[in-house]
Design a protein around this ligand. Structure first.
Ligand SMILES: Nc1ncnc2c1ncn2[C@@H]1O[C@H](COP(=O)(O)OP(=O)(O)OP(=O)(O)O)[C@@H](O)[C@H]1O
Ligand SMILES: [Mg+2]
Length: 412
């Protein structure tokens, strides 16, 4: 299998943790691909348990008969303990010559070349991934290379994402309170975005490395470009996973009520007063309602995080043949066209256009106004079953359903 195909497999696997694959399956894919890419006879990934053994220990390159013969899971001693405790990579020409090596059970395969990398979530070591015995004859004496270490480090970053995702996902399954869900979504957002960025940083670092080794430069560079592209893709996809983690029950509660609840919670979480107003809305259909909800969520989140606003207004109103969402703040504004590493603005635009809606962002010194206008299909214009009726909610002040009390920042 080509290197590119291996990377795709890993990327796909990591992204499917919360969908259909168990974390063990994903770790298995990671270990198998890592072994193949660094050209090792053996590879394994261990996640410590509460005691002195491993909660997960996934191996590749060992037959099930060999595995059985080796006996119980390894305890955390010797080189594995060193990796877990110190959280640093180890690349050894022969592990048996290292003073920290403490031996194996009788049926354990003989290992010489050793490359071990911690799987880390920031300062926290979640586990270790290691490869042993370089297979190519050329490497027989030297063992693993710096490039192998780079690759294994990249795989360790993937494994960290898979483990973090799996942990958060498991927790999310047990929780039903909306506040808890949105907190999770935020955590996951923070954790995962950061890691994906670090994948991209690895890609950049490896490009530099490649420049130092002219023999391999072209190949390595191509590979690294692929890693960069994968990183960007993973970022976008994980974003979708994050959104999916906190699905609002629009159908049961109605768009206005769901948004009201979210706005109140988000405002409270950030300590900024959020005013929510909504008039009676016509039925829009699930797709348009979901798009309105997501755009409102992102615009609100941006206003709370970036604007330095003293208040935010979210309003849903009905005009002739259209439903209009406005999210405005009285913060310091920004340049909407400026390039940004964030995905929020891009995803708002995508969602709006997929729902056939218009999105405008006006921003200036006195604030920002995000407006989304959704056309109401003919036949659906008459007020639908009044789902939530006029909904008013505000931790501080309830505004009229027409224009909100916060000055329409950007309406200039
Ligand atoms: N209401 C706002 N007031 C001030 N600045 C804003 C506002 N909305 C967006 N911005 C600026 O625009 C940038 C891009 O926003 P975007 O939502 O695309 O990314 P992000 O919020 O930084 O990251 P992400 O949404 O991916 O978590 C922000 O980083 C921020 O600087
Ligand atoms: Mg954002």
């Amino acid at each position: 299998m080509s290197d590119l195909a291996e990377l795709y497999r890993v990327s796909q696997a990591v992204l499917s943790v919360t969908r259909q694959m168990s974390v063990r399956d994903v770790l298995q894919v990671i270990v198998r691909s890592a072994r193949s890419l660094v050209g090792a006879r053996y590879a394994a990934l261990g996640v410590p348990d509460e005691g002195d053994s491993f909660a997960e220990f996934v191996v590749d390159g060992v037959s099930s008969a060999e595995w059985q013969a080796i006996g119980p899971l390894p305890r955390r001693h010797g080189m594995l303990a060193v990796l877990l405790n110190e959280g640093k990579s180890e690349r050894l020409a022969d592990i048996r010559d290292d003073p920290r090596f403490e031996g194996w059970p009788r049926a354990h395969p003989q290992m010489s070349h050793f490359l071990g990398v911690p799987v880390r979530d920031r300062d926290h070591v979640l586990g270790i991934i290691f490869a042993a015995n370089k297979t190519s004859a050329a490497a027989a004496g030297r063992g693993f290379t710096e490039r192998d270490e780079e690759i294994l480090t990249l795989f360790a970053a993937h494994a960290a994402i898979a483990l973090t995702n799996a942990r958060l996902y498991e927790r999310s399954q047990e929780l039903s309170v909306m506040q808890e869900r949105s907190r999770l979504a935020r955590d996951l957002h923070d954790a995962v975005t950061q890691k994906v960025f670090s994948i991209r940083a690895h890609a950049r670092a490896a490009t530099v490395l490649a420049a130092r080794d002219p023999m391999d430069a072209a190949r390595v560079r191509t590979e690294i470009e692929v890693i960069g592209a994968l990183g960007a893709e993973a970022h976008a996809e994980l974003r979708a996973v994050i959104d999916g983690l906190a699905p609002p029950d629009l159908e049961a509660a109605g768009l206005a009520e769901s948004l009201r609840r979210y706005a109140v919670l988000a405002g409270r979480a950030h300590g900024v007063p959020v005013t929510f107003t909504a008039g009676a809305l016509p039925a829009l259909g699930p797709q348009a309602e979901a798009a309105l909800y997501r755009v409102a969520q992102e615009a609100l989140h941006n206003a709370l995080r970036h604007a330095g606003a003293s208040g935010v207004r979210v309003a849903l109103s009905r005009a002739a043949r259209r439903v209009v969402l406005e999210v405005s703040d009285d913060g310091h504004g920004f340049v909407p066209e400026a390039p940004s590493s964030g995905l929020g603005l891009a995803s708002m635009r995508e969602r709006a256009s997929a729902a056939g809606a218009a999105l405008t962002i006006r921003s200036g010194e006195t604030g920002t106004l995000v407006r989304m206008t959704v056309p109401v299909k003919a036949g659906a214009v008459k007020p639908g079953p009044v789902k939530a009726g006029p909904v008013k909610a505000s931790p501080v002040k309830a505004g009229p359903a027409t224009r909100g009390p916060v000055k329409a920042g950007g309406e200039r």
